[in-house]
Design a binder for this molecule. Structure first.
Ligand SMILES: [Zn+2]
Length: 221
């Protein structure tokens, strides 16, 4: 086996199977296959396969990292987020997949749930509308999120910490500047006074602090 076979590969290129080699620097595993996370040269040593690029060490986004992204699609129960790469400590963490935020299920009339009277005559009312839980962010918002885990084609994200949530947004009616409104749990548009519910980050409009928190990556907690 050659020590350094100098083969040039591109991000996403299949290198080997997990049976052949152990995945090492700048590679990732999907369904038992090892892929390159970067453009660079392949090297093989001690049963490990890795890819190197002189410029910068490149890694993959990992669980528990904070990421910045833009909400691109709003489906019924899920929001999709285009994630930015994160650059920290001379390393670049690549967002090779989109992120997604699962929304809580809509609450319907409680059908004989816990605490209900047994045999009571209070049946669920047909005219009762399902209660729409407000979404934490909308299309076009820039959000700071924590990576909850990696799935086949997405990263699951969560927004349950004070720092996570919307860090930049504009009014969806007039495109005006939004101002945080504590009493209304979201934003009020400065121009048209339209109110939008949002999970607002404590770092809203604080780009310097966002930069600082992103370069302070906690991995593998
Ligand atoms: Zn507005």
């Amino acid at each position: 086996m050659s020590q350094d076979n100098q083969e040039l590969v591109l991000p996403g290129e299949r290198l080997a199977t997990e049976e052949e080699f152990a995945s090492s620097a700048n590679t990732y595993i999907e369904n038992g296959q090892i892929y390159s996370a970067i453009a660079g040269k392949v090297s093989i040593a001690d049963g490990k396969i890795s890819v190197h690029n002189q410029k910068k060490e490149i890694k993959k986004l990992r669980r528990n990292m904070l990421v910045l992204g833009t909400v691109t699609d709003d489906m019924r129960a899920v929001l999709f987020v285009k994630l930015d790469n994160v650059v920290a400590g001379g390393k670049e963490y690549m967002a090779l997949k989109d992120g997604k935020i699962l929304l809580p299920k809509e609450r319907h009339g409680d059908r004989g749930g816990r605490g209900g009277f047994r045999g009571g005559d209070r049946r669920p009312q047909m005219h009762q509308m399902p209660q729409q839980t407000p979404k934490p962010c909308g299309v076009g918002d820039v959000i700071l999120a924590r990576v909850l885990g990696e799935e086949d084609d997405t990263y699951a994200l969560k927004l349950d910490e004070p720092e996570t949530g919307v860090v930049y947004a504009i009014c969806e009616i007039c495109g005006g500047e939004l101002e945080e409104s504590h009493d209304r749990n979201g934003f009020v548009c400065k121009s048209c006074k339209h109110v939008e519910y949002r999970k607002v980050s404590s770092l809203y409009k604080k780009p310097d602090e966002i930069e600082r928190i992103l370069t302070h990556i906690e991995v593998g907690r």
